[in-house]
Ligand binder design. Structure first.
Ligand code: SF4
Ligand code: SF4
Length: 181
């Protein structure tokens, strides 16, 4: 169930991409623009690649003029920088053969932030549901061991190890909110 990014990408059905270009036309980043520039100057590969592709819109309003729905879909969008790719021509990539890894990999996980209308939306939803079901199963198993701890103290050491190991697995998904599933 816990798979690497490359395993995920091997399974991802490429045919679902609608080639709408939305994920290239208006995008944002998890870090502010100034921080992105600073990291790029320090040689950070991800920041360098991002800035090689994307140029910032002059304002949020300018990004909204290109695709209001994408912008307003992003939490706290008023305080974000939005970008557009220099290489997008119409809906198509003008450097498809030499596009960067970041482009080839999108969407690279079930929790990727995708624009409204992305062809992967339904598939990613199902993938997230599968993971949440898996984590709920882990929690059930963990609860069973916790109850056994009350009735079979002689197994304390073994049960505590099992509980801790399940905890580690659940924590792998903590950044996606696994504590609440
Ligand atoms: S937004 Fe989704 S469907 Fe559209 S080009 Fe990007 S990956 Fe493909
Ligand atoms: S280089 Fe091509 S695939 Fe990558 S963001 Fe730009 S247009 Fe999209």
């Amino acid at each position: 169930m816990i798979e690497t990014e490359s395993q995920f990408l091997e399974r991802r059905p490429q045919r679902l991409c609608l080639m709408c270009g939305k994920c290239c036309r208006v995008v944002t980043a998890s870090i502010p623009y100034d921080e992105m520039v600073k990291r790029a100057k320090e040689g950070d590969k991800e920041s360098l690649e991002f800035l090689e592709l994307f140029e910032p819109f002059e304002s949020v309003e300018a990004a909204k003029a290109v695709d209001k729905e994408i912008v307003e879909n992003i939490p706290d969008y008023e305080n974000r920088t939005f970008y557009t790719c220099r290489f997008l021509k119409g809906n198509l990539c003008s450097r498809y053969e030499t596009r960067l890894g970041v482009c080839k990999r999108f969407p690279s996980s079930p929790w990727a932030v995708y624009p409204p209308g992305c062809g992967y939306a339904g598939w990613l939803f199902v993938e997230r549901e599968k993971i949440m079901k898996y984590v709920r199963g882990l929690k059930e198993e963990q609860l069973k061991y916790k109850m056994m701890l009350q009735t079979t103290p002689e197994l304390k050491e073994k049960l505590e190890k099992l509980i801790a190991s399940i905890d580690e697995n659940i924590k792998l998904f903590a950044k996606y909110g696994s504590e609440k599933w």
